[in-house]
Structure formats: C-alpha cells, structure tokens
Design a protein around this ligand. Sequence first.
Ligand code: GDP
Ligand code: MG
Length: 661
Amino acid sequence: MAKMRAYDLARELGLESKDLLEQAHSLGIEVKTASSSIEESDAELIRLAIAEANAPAVVPEPEPASEPEPAPDREIKLVSVPANPSVADVANALGESAVTIVGALVRRGVLAGAGGPMPLDYLDAIAEQFGAIIETEAPPPPAPKTSRRPSFDDAPADLVERPPVVTIMGHVDHGKTTLLDTIRKSNVVAGEQGGITQHIGAYQVQVGDRLITFIDTPGHEAFTALRARGAEVTDIVVLVVAANDGVMPQTIEAISHARAAGVKLVVAVNKVDLPGADPMRVRTMLTEHEVVTEDLGGDIPVVEVSALTGLGVDSLLELIDLIAQLEDFRANPKPAASGVVIEAQLDPGMGPTATVIVKRGTLRTGDAFVAGQTSGRVRAMMDWAGNRETLADPSTPVLIMGWDEIPIAGDDFEVLSNEREARARAQERADVARDASFSTPATARERLANLLEQLRADEAELRVILKADAHGSLEALRESLGKIKREGGRIEIMHGAIGGINENDVKLAEVTEAVVIGFNVRPDGKTRRLAESKGIEIRTYGIIYELLEEIEAMLVGRLAPDQVEVVLGTAEVRAIFKVPRLGNIAGCYVTEGEIVRNAKARLLRGGVVVFDGVIGSLRRFKDDVRNVASGFECGIGFAGFNDIKEGDTIEAYQVNEVARV
Ligand code: GDP
Ligand code: MG
C-alpha cells in the first residue's frame, strides 16, 4: 500500500508537523515523528478529519448514502460492548479495526480517537453500518470484597433448597419497619405457644410450603455493618420507596450498597394508599439510578404495596418466593453448622445470647462453637416465635444460649468438635487481634497509598464515592470523571449523591475499597472520626479542575503533592445577631477543637459548603479573643458575608503541606 511521510502530509494540509501528529494521535493513528511514514488510508482519514474540522458546522447526516451498505443477505450479528465503551471497544465488538471505526465516525462529522469514548449517539448507526445490532452491557458489578468466608465444594447431590434471606432497605420513614411488622403478622409460621413472637433480629414467614427468612433490623446500617465484617448473609434486598416521596438520599445509598454486594434487588413501592402517591414517578426516578423496573423494560421486579393496609404484601412475598425458586438458593445441611451472628445481647435472665443464621450444615443443641473471639456450647435454641428448637438448618435464624461472652454482629459462626477446641480457637483469635492492635492501624494516607500501589500493578480501577452540593455539579463530575481514562484504567463511581458526606458513605467506602470524594460538601465530626478510625480517605474540593486533576493523578497510581487539611474546630450556630458595621454575627457553641481568629473557615448547611473564607471577628462576651475552646460560647463573624442561619456549622481549618506519597 502507498505510504507518505508525515511532514509531506502536514505541508499538503497546511499544518505544523506537531499539529499533524496530534491530529493523527487523536484519530488513533500511530505516527511517531514528522519523518515517520503514514499509510495512504490513514492519510486519507487525517485529510477527512481536517476537512471536517474546517468545514462550517453542519448537522451530521444520519445516513450518508455513500456508506457501504451491508449486503442484503448478510446476517445481522448481535454484539455487545461494555457500558460507556471506547471507540476501540466498539471496533473490537464489530470485528473491525479501530481506525475503520474512527474513519466511519469522521465521515459522519465526529472526531473521535480510538482510545477515547465512543459518541453514544452514533453507536447504533455505526453498528448498523457494519451489519450488527449493538447492545451495551450493564456496568459490571464491582468485585465483591474478598470474603473471609471459606468456600466449600459440596457435592451437588448434597445440596438442598434453602429459604432466601431477605433484607429490607430504604429511606427513613418510607415504611421499612411497618412492612416488616405487616409481613410478620400476615404469614406467621404458627408458634406452639400461640405465636408469642420474640424479637431475635430475624424471622421466617411461609409462602405455600416454602419459607422466607427476613432480617428485621431494617436499613443499610445493619446490612453494611455485617458486610463490612465480611459477612454476606443477604440473598435479596427489598428496596422500599414511598410513593408520595420518591427516591431520596438513603434510597440511592441502598441501591449502591445492594449493587456493591451483588445481591438481587426487588423494589417495593410503598404507601400507595396515600392520595398523593405517584408510583410511576418512583419508577422513573429509579431509572436515573440505573434501576429499571420490569414494567419499564428492565430487569428489576417491582410491586406496589401499602405496608399500612397490607395491600400488595402477599404479592411481594410471592415475588420473593419466585425469585428464590429461580435463583435456586441451596446449601448442604449435612456437615457441622456454620453461619453468621446477626444480633447479640446480654439477657438479664439468660446471660449472653445471640441470633445466628445458619448458612451451611445443621446446628444442634449441645454443639460446641466459636464465633469471632467468643466460644460456647449450645445450651438451648429458640426460634423467633419463641419455640424451643433442637436443630436449625440452612437459612434458619435461631437465638442461641450458652455463650461465654457476647459476640459481635457479623462474626462468623462455626461448630467445632468439642468445647476445648472451640475455646482454643477463640483464644488464638483474641491473641492475633491483640497483637494487631499493638501495631498502629493504617492511616487513611497509608491505605490510599496501598490502593494506589494496587492501581499501578494491574488493571487499574479507582473506586470513588462521589458527594456533591447540587445535582448540576454531580452530573458534571460524573461526566468529566467518565472521560478520564488511561490505558487499562478506569474510574468506577460506586455511589454518587447530593449532600454532605455521612457515615454511610464511609462504610460503603470501606466495603468497596473506595475513596470518598466531596465537591463543595464536607463530612461532619462523627463521620470524620469514623473515617479516621477505619483509614478511609476523604478528599474534598471546591474547584472542579483540582478534583479532576487529583483523581487523574490517583488513577495513574500517583498522588499529587498535596496539602492536607486539618480541622481545627467546629462550632454550632445557635443564634444570629445583627451588629452595626459588622453585619451578622453568629452566636455559636464550640462543639469540637477550637475556633481561631483569622483561621480559614467554612460555613456548612446540611454538610454543604455555603461559604469558604476567613473568620473575621471572634468574641467572647464583649472581648475580642484569639481562640475559643470547645464547650464555650462565642460570637463569630465573617468579613463581607452575612448569610448565616441558625443550625449552620462553622468549621475552622488549616492547610498543611504534605510530602508526595
Ligand atoms: P421506616 O423509618 O422506614 O422504618 O418507616 P416506618 O415503618 O417507621 O414508617 C414511617 C411512617 O410511615 C409511619 O408513621 C407509618 O405508619 C407510615 N407508613 C408506613 N407504611 C405506610 C403505608 O403503606 N401507608 C401509609 N399511609 N403510611 C405508611
Ligand atoms: Mg424504622
């Protein structure tokens, strides 16, 4: 094939050589230097691209007649590409070279590089041109956190059907507790003592001749706490969304948690009895978070219910049962039992008790066991209805008496051959834990450095939890982050939402090994401390490009030399005073650390940064002071800023330079 030199082509097109090289690069054509040679076909592509770029903007022709039509008898293939594919991904799927696809795009008036994102508006047209129907795959579920759960190779013949374990999640006040109560009352498994139910943290209901196990500490608090400790006990998450309220922050969090855990999701649109209920709006809102219900052509089952009147609750149970049959949850009931502690307490009469959900094997009275650093022997077992039991098979929750100490929710439970062995195992674990506590826990920075080290090693995936002050900035960030790419590297947004950084964000970051990124939002004191104790990195920014720059640096496994912020103190605004000449002064109570005059400070409203400046005036009673410690009241004023409201938080901070990691 004919070739020409790059600089000849540059001259022909009236370009600087370096511009030509850049143009070639953006088209995915490798041209090293001006004296490198270029294939004629590539040269043609570059000519086209330049011509297009110089042409007056025209609406691209959707169907250029000159395109090679697929031969009529050619079979149409069905191919798939990952979500947000690159041009190269599309080329790959179509079995064409990237340059061919770039060329086809250029002919449609779109400049795209082979490694760059595929313009999605043209995806179908390009696929059609090459005789294919293309579908985008749902983004892959994040790899589950390496589970501490041992894997068993039970013989298929030993596996028997077991009930699904269901957790109910959703926004506060959307009706989780009510739904759990209604389910419990509607389909009770009759208890011998006339159904005196005992709160043991889980219960079972009957659908036909099968059972469903519900964990009845609702909400993602319990769910994440269990998951954070490596315990994966839930099979199905029922997402409760109130039809009068729609998708709310914790709804989105619940979706992210369920997705991160890779469990089945079912939507229960609740409160449909209310006059203001708009169940369709709930479905539409959910699509914005990639939860597309079956009636909208997606794969997430949905039912409308009223937890209050009981309407639709039977359908929900039938649906869960159906999913369980399709998913075919099974376990081997033969071996010694193992499971997970889901709740534990000290009972005045019975001593330490804990509820365990058996995951494999059968638990019997008299069995010796270890859970976390605690051991014991099953003295007695009780089901949720208060019935004494002598055995519990997979997916059955039972309250166990006979613990030496109170275990912790999320502990792995395991039956051993005798009490002596169980005790020794518990002791061993306690020793290991004590040794570990002597070595200092990893700081957020060390942990991040570790994550970055891994990024450098294999195919890089930087997971982020993104919080922002407004819908517009969140969307802008999503889009810009989607564009940051490097060879084999990508950014996975595990969860994105509007609002201050909260403890759930930190927990999700822990289980998904993500970094929490805030744009114009901040964590509160409790969240900050949780993050510190868990070694979770929280980075906050007020300028988009700084955020993007740092994330890009992280993706290539490098942390920009940076400045680390130290919060000096926080104060709560309890009253506003108008002072002549000074403007509005906030009457504050210092809740943490100290507030320092002339320090940098932010005014936060619901975790969102409303103002970032400097503390102009700081007074105690009538006196100007240099600093005010926690537990004291003071007056704080910002020079030239008056929009302070009761209930706001003032956060004084300092910026320290930190060496490169
Ligand atoms: P949770 O915070 O998600 O556990 O919500 P709750 O179950 O405590 O319910 C919050 C409020 O909503 C309570 O006052 C319930 O009575 C009410 N509620 C729950 N479900 C329904 C429903 O289906 N219809 C109506 N009208 N109210 C409901
Ligand atoms: Mg509740």
